[in-house]
Design a protein around this ligand. Structure first.
Ligand code: CA
Length: 236
């Protein structure tokens, strides 16, 4: 799955330039011409990265940044601010607001791609098992062994937690019951594979107040289970 990048920029020529160069690097590109559209696309598509122009008509880049950082599902999405020369103060404000980096126009293609890659690399590292993983409204905190749906903390047993963690860190990948027994219960466990079914059922029940996530733990007939890609795309 390629990384999805949302461009929020009102100048068509810059938008086209960004799109062209990002697509050449095989990123999936989504565009918004103004801040309000940008916020709504960010919420519905949960892109991997947002390139956000500072000076936008109506809702400007700072407001967009502030809004996205205050909304749980989008707060973890890295943002690179696009600024014009001479907007030094705004740059700093942008970074204080949680923007991850900035690019000053005019920028070279090389600089753009280097920054994009660096920010994505950093953000993917953050979602590795010693930090947090956010999938739609679902959030796993690996160091505290905590799971949240929105602001609500879920009470999971250690095995339910391990199962969910395995699914969540391997979205789309199907695991057989035997593999799940091996990975979650350990090699020494020679249990009945129905143990897995029971735990998955309990896990789904606990996730049921978020129908998208609960339904996303799919039974793949004759194979096993997986967390479907649907979990990563949440309409709001
Ligand atoms: Ca602009």
């Amino acid at each position: 799955m390629t990384d999805k990048i949302l461009i929020v920029e009102d100048e068509m020529s810059i938008r086209e330039l960004l799109k062209f160069n990002l697509q050449k690097e095989r990123y999936t590109v989504v565009e918004a011409e103004d801040g309000i559209t940008g916020v709504s696309l960010a919420k519905s598509l949960l892109p991997d990265l947002i390139l956000l122009d500072l000076m936008l008509p109506g809702m400007d880049g700072l407001d967009v940044c502030r809004t996205l950082k205050s909304y749980q599902a989008t707060s973890g999405i890295p943002i690179i601010m696009l600024t014009a020369k001479g907007e030094e103060i705004d740059k700093v404000i942008g970074l204080e607001l949680g923007a991850d980096d900035y690019l000053t126009k005019p920028f070279s293609t090389r600089e753009l791609i280097a920054r994009v890659k660096a920010v994505l690399r950093r953000s993917h590292k953050d979602s590795q098992p010693d930090g947090e993983l956010v999938i739609g409204r679902l959030k796993l905190n690996f160091s505290r062994y905590e799971v949240y749906i929105g602001n609500e903390k879920l009470e999971l047993t250690p095995k339910e937690y391990e199962l969910l963690k395995l699914f969540a860190t391997n979205v789309g990948k199907v695991f057989s019951r035997e593999q799940l027994l091996e990975k979650v219960w350990g090699y020494e466990y020679y249990g009945d594979t129905r143990t897995v079914d029971v735990h998955v059922r309990h896990l789904r029940a606990k996730l049921a107040n978020d129908a998208v996530i609960a339904d996303a733990i799919e039974t793949v007939r004759g194979v096993g289970y997986r967390l479907s890609d649907a979990a990563t795309v949440r309409k709001s």
